[in-house]
Design a protein around this ligand. Structure first.
Ligand SMILES: [Zn+2]
Length: 257
């Protein structure tokens, strides 16, 4: 079985001018692939099913998570804006949100994801040699886009179609938007995840990109299919009073509120 991988984001966000192994001052080389053009907090999906084996703050790479995959490879997600809520040992499915894009660590100069693929665990955080301990994430993923997803790994799993339909029907996983605030010039959109987290999107964020990622991961059905703008197509529009009432009883964790 070839394990199925996905790119974390559309390749239009990949910085091909500074790819894997690109030269660095002082004779070193770039040990990952960078995705940029996102605001801090943009959800980062797992590139394949795996288990969380590292979750800490590195001086150079900032807040990071490393996943061990069943094919023996490791993926690293660096410079996250805060510590991932996923504990060591947590099983994740491909596409599961690991944390948010950030700018932490001495090697970061602007919000971006530094994605690594380790051929051993230390390789995922830049240890060892190129091509021996780590490899080109883009090439590695590209070779595995048509692989197989393993079955239930014992941890949280991607929602089934039935669960997706239920979430869409009950709005457990949804995109909510306060259009009265928007009319007043304040962007107020929340991506509400089925695991209980809700991420607020601000006006300077890549709102369309975040909504697209959310829809892809959770398969949300359009609430207003006749509309063309992403926000109108997928968001449940609430009045400010409804929005406030929604948050007053919301049981999960709010990020960015
Ligand atoms: Zn990088």
């Amino acid at each position: 079985m070839v394990l199925k991988y996905q790119y974390p984001f559309d390749l239009s966000h990949y910085d091909s001018s500074d790819g894997y192994n690109a030269p660095r001052a002082g004779g070193s080389n770039h040990r990952g692939a960078d995705f940029n053009g996102f605001p801090e907090g943009t959800p980062i999906p797992a590139v394949a099913a795996g288990t969380v084996v590292e979750n800490y703050r590195s001086g150079g790479l900032g807040w990071l998570v490393v996943l061990a995959h069943p094919d023996g490879a490791f993926s690293g997600y660096c410079h996250m804006y805060q510590q991932s809520p996923l504990a060591i040992g947590t099983s994740v499915t491909r596409g599961q949100i690991l944390g948010g894009i950030g700018n932490t660590g001495e090697y970061s100069f602007g919000a971006h994801l530094h994605l690594t693929i380790g051929l051993n665990q230390s390789g995922a955080t830049g240890g060892g040699s190129h091509w021996i301990d780590h490899t080109d994430p883009i090439q590695f993923i590209n070779d595995r886009l048509n692989g197989d997803d393993p079955g239930n790994t014992g941890g949280p799993t991607a929602p089934t179609q039935e669960e997706i339909d239920e979430m869409a029907a009950t709005k457990n996983a949804s995109i909510v938007r306060d259009y009265q605030k928007e009319n007043a010039g304040t962007l107020a959109i929340a991506l509400v995840y089925p695991d209980g987290k809700a991420v607020k999107l601000a006006g300077n964020m890549d709102v369309d990109g975040a909504i697209t990622a959310h829809v892809q991961v959770y398969g949300i059905s359009p609430t207003n299919p006749s509309n063309t703008a992403l926000r109108d197509k997928y968001a449940s529009q609430l009045t400010t009073a409804q929005w406030n009432a929604f948050w007053a009883v919301y049981p999960g964790t709010k990020i960015g509120f």
